[in-house]
Design a protein around this ligand. Structure first.
Ligand SMILES: C[S@@+](CC[C@H](N)C(=O)[O-])C[C@H]1O[C@@H](n2cnc3c(N)ncnc32)[C@H](O)[C@@H]1O
Length: 358
């Protein structure tokens, strides 16, 4: 349930348009496209908007709703599916215009406390989504969390705006974990940019021994993506956005055909100790010269898993190697260590334990 028609009506009100066309008109695009470009630059390129109340600007707010809201709602839905939990009471920190809060409600939450420091964002979120299920709270999320205990806490695309050291973010995570109900989940989502993602990796390393990382990491050691400064590990899921999102994205020149994000899902269960041959696929396929190759990260760290194509054709137990979407969890073996990675043998197996969004 993407709620996009409702969002579009609200955007039109905000920019003073009376159109009811099923696509953005030229006049609407003249307002929305430059505002989307400013947001894109200010949040992901020069990042000059970070630390500012950009939602106090009506056009930026309208642009966020039109182009970013559906994408971040989708991030929330994907992570909630992976977290495999039906929340009753949820908390959304850095809620902005409520994409994660609304997704939590759609996933079953009866009550969602949603906090942000932008009064304008909270005001618009309340106008859009009402106050029955939602409690919109004006609050700095780097301070004391709201009272109560929660089944799910989400922090969507907000950690990178806090201007905190890694250890301070780890300290906040500790506070949030302390107000999770047993069996609950803390879901952290960050933009799939190199710097924001690598920060999440470093923070993960600070907490990996204290909390269970439900996803994406199976490996409980230090994050292998940090070894190379050009490297970062994020997820990407195919997405077909509504036509009007596609139209606006094309006009702005940004891609909207995948849901991309860096994420961590944490629980209070025992931290992982896996060392076996269970791993998550963390790269796109890198097939060359008759060999099927993927980077996988799991109980043995991050390594290239290689399968000669002819083995995958002849041995059904290796057939999954032909198509392993990034994010899939597999169990595999045996292998032989060779120059180009861990190479599966002709009678080895690869078993899919969980699809990329599960
Ligand atoms: C990029 S928006 C993300 C909004 C929403 N979670 C989403 O994913 O669409 C980041 C939000 O974090 C909020 N924010 C940034 N620093 C904050 C702080 N210290 N306390 C509360 N909210 C903060 C901003 O006001 C903004 O609404």
């Amino acid at each position: 349930m993407l709620h996009y028609e409702h969002v579009v009506r609200h955007v039109r009100q905000l920019i003073g348009s009376t159109s009811t066309e099923p696509f953005w008109t030229h006049a609407e695009l003249r307002v929305l496209v430059p505002a989307c470009e400013d947001l894109s630059d200010g949040l992901t390129q020069d990042r000059e908007l970070i630390g500012q109340d950009y939602f106090a600007d009506k056009e930026l707010l309208a642009a966020y709703l039109a182009l970013y809201w559906p994408a971040t709602y989708q991030q929330a839905m994907v992570t909630l599916k992976i977290a495999n939990i039906t929340p009753t009471k949820a908390l959304d920190l850095g809620c902005g215009l409520g994409s994660f809060a609304v997704a939590l409600s759609d996933a079953g939450a009866e009550r969602v406390v949603a906090a942000d420091r932008s009064a304008m964002a909270l005001n618009e979120a309340e106008k859009l989504w009402g106050s029955g299920k939602f409690m919109w709270e004006h609050r700095d999320i780097d301070g004391r969390p709201p009272k109560g205990r929660y089944d799910v806490i989400t922090v969507g695309n907000a950690l990178n705006e806090l201007d905190l050291e890694d250890a301070e973010i780890a300290g906040l995570i500790e506070r949030w974990m302390a107000i999770l109900n047993d069996g609950g989940r803390l879901i952290l989502v960050e933009p799939a940019l190199r710097d924001t993602t690598r920060t999440l990796h470093r923070v993960r390393d600070l907490i990996v021994e204290n909390y269970r990382i439900e996803a994406p990491c199976i490996w409980a050691g230090v994050c292998p993506a940090l070894e190379n400064s050009k490297d970062w590990c994020h997820g990407a899921w195919p997405w077909t956005p509504p036509d009007m999102v596609e139209q606006l994205a094309a006009a702005v020149g940004v891609a909207r055909d995948t849901t991309k994000m860096a994420y961590l899902i944490l629980s209070n269960d025992e931290p992982r100790t896996e060392t076996g041959r269970i791993a998550r696929v963390v790269s796109e396929p890198r097939h060359t010269k008759g060999r099927l190759r993927y980077f996988v990260c799991g109980g043995e760290g991050r390594l290239p898993l290689v399968c000669p194509e002819k083995f995958a054709k002849k041995n059904d137990d290796l057939a999954p190697m032909k198509h392993l979407p990034k994010g899939t969890v597999i169990e595999y073996g045996p292998t032989q260590t060779k120059g180009d990675g861990e190479v599966l043998l002709k009678d080895s197996h690869v078993t899919v334990l969980a699809a990329a969004d599960q």
